[in-house]
Design a protein around this ligand. Structure first.
Ligand code: HEM
Length: 474
């Protein structure tokens, strides 16, 4: 039948195709198989079957919300602690199933206004505050400093989301050691992304292995701390317009109910995680691209000089930074920091299977289908022979708005698309504009070849640059 038409690259007994993803960047392994077997393949990991699709045409079908919906992947689900037996466990927006599940529905309805344009614009001042700390650091360190780009951008995005979401200052630019919350979060993220690595599967079988206990302790620590933050806010109410207040005081517009503390803290942790890795990766890749493409760098800096000049960067400039917007779009096309998402047949879809590509293939109800956007966004049928090249012009509005809908999906799709998109966009656009206004940048190693590192998200590895203050900037 059509299900069997899906090519399935041979694997080994028991472990299946696990060896194919032991690459340092696991999705690369899947991408290589796609190159060999075509835009839809069936893989087997330890007995679990996984289908992957990698063309814009197929993604268009998988994004049809009448037929398919999000099934949370296996990765992030393990991040949120559910181990307090005394109360109902709660799941954050990212990992919750869509269906009648109250957690997703309630948090989604309560939080949508808090992520809307007016609310995000009101966060500009705080975003600018943290970005100015980054500018100060690089200015003071001077041109001989090898800027560790991804870690400084991680400080930026983490401090920004913590300040805007819950009025908490990690002050990461003023410490070498990561805050214990961040250490716990980082090791949980690493454990989650390593779970299919053979080395970590073997490690877990060793009798003296303590990684499970450490993971539980880290999760518990995050749960307790985020619960404390909710309690502190309840004890000391403020009228600040942040995400925590939206959750503590907000009512579900449909039911009038308020969010229980466990649901608030699960979402707090979700925002801290989902809200920083992704944006910091985007900024890092954008700088790699700009520094390796002098023409684009020049156009971006010229745009800042024309739109903002030497004065203070403000929210009013954002809508006129069209070229920088195209740079960000093109960066997320080539290196989507969330490189894939998962879909399956909707529970309320009466069909037990769905045909794809006009009946050539079919997927069953129990199938989880990985939509590999790191590949669909380089589809030569849509982007042409130069699909692998960085060309921001193709992402200027006049071209971007003409693309097929499924050609650019770095923020996911439909009701389960990224709730923080406007937040990330404002933060990234502002940071790039402020940095290009203040400094001239160059690669630390002019022959740098981009290498990608995959934890939960993608980031450039071993990337350093140098910054010199521009003339007239003090
Ligand atoms: C969902 C990407 C920034 C919070 C998603 C999804 C993607 C994504 C692809 C959908 C995943 C799926 O279908 O399984 C990104 C990228 C970002 C970014 C590329 C930055 C460049 C942010 C920020 C926040 C955030 C700043 C929070 C402030 C979330 C949440 C969800 C989500 C809560 C789940 C939404 C739901 O299912 O209702 N993001 N994200 N993201 N993102 Fe983002």
């Amino acid at each position: 039948d059509a299900h069997n038409n899906i090519p399935s690259p041979p694997g080994l007994p028991i472990i299946g195709n696990l060896l194919d993803i032991q690459d340092e960047v696991p999705i690369r392994g899947i991408e290589h198989l796609i190159d060999r077997y075509g835009p839809i393949i069936k893989l087997n990991f330890l007995g679990k079957e996984r289908i992957t699709i990698a063309s814009v045409e197929l993604l268009e079908e998988l994004c049809d919300e009448k037929r398919f919906w999000k099934t949370p992947g296996d990765g992030l689900a393990s991040l949120e602690s559910k181990e307090n037996p005394a109360e109902k466990s709660h799941t954050g927006l990212f990992s919750a199933p869509t269906e009648e599940d109250m957690d997703w529905q309630q948090a989604h309805r309560t939080l949508m206004p808090a992520f809307g344009p007016i609310s995000i614009q009101s966060m500009f001042g705080e975003m600018h505050d943290i970005a100015s700390q980054l500018v100060l650091k690089w200015a003071r360190m001077g041109p001989s400093y090898r800027i560790p780009v991804t870690s400084d951008f991680t400080r930026l995005t983490l401090d920004t989301i913590a300040l805007c979401a819950m009025d908490y200052r990690f002050n990461s630019f003023y410490q070498d050691e990561l805050h214990p919350f961040l250490q716990a979060m980082t090791s949980t993220l690493t454990a989650s992304s390593d779970r299919l690595k053979i080395s970590s599967l073997i490690q877990k079988m060793l009798p003296w292995d303590k990684s499970g206990e450490k993971l539980n302790a880290d999760r518990e620590y995050m749960r307790v701390l985020s619960r404390e933050l909710v309690q502190v806010r309840r004890d000391h109410p403020t009228d600040k317009r942040d995400l925590l207040n939206a959750m503590v005081n907000g009512k579900d517009p449909k039911t009038g109910e308020m969010m229980p503390d466990g649901l608030i803290s699960a979402n707090m942790v979700t925002f801290l995680i989902a809200g920083h890795e992704t944006t910091s990766g985007l900024l890092s890749f954008a700088f790699v691209n700009l520094l390796q493409s002098p023409d684009a760098y020049f156009k971006a800096q010229q745009e800042v000089d024309r739109v903002v000049g030497k004065g203070k960067l403000g929210i009013e400039h954002m809508k006129n930074l069209k070229y920088i917007e195209a740079v960000l779009r093109e960066t997320l096309r080539l290196t989507p920091t969330v490189p894939a998402f998962t879909r399956s047949i909707r529970r309320d879809n009466p069909n037990d299977f769905e045909e794809l590509a006009g009946g050539k293939f079919a997927v069953n109800r129990e199938d989880k289908i990985l939509c590999l956007i790191s590949k669909t966004q380089r589809d030569p049928k849509v982007y042409g022979d130069d699909a692998n090249e960085f060309k921001p012009d193709r992402m200027l509005d006049e071209n971007f708005l003409r693309l097929p809908k499924a050609a650019w999906k770095p923020f996911g799709s439909g009701v389960r698309a990224c709730i923080g998109r406007a937040f990330a966009w404002q933060e990234a656009q502002m940071a790039i504009a402020l940095l290009l206004q203040t400094f001239n940048f160059r690669l630390d190693d002019p022959s740098y070849k981009m290498k990608i590192k995959q934890t939960l998200t993608l980031k450039p590895d071993n990337f350093y640059m140098r910054a010199t203050l521009r003339e007239g900037i003090t």
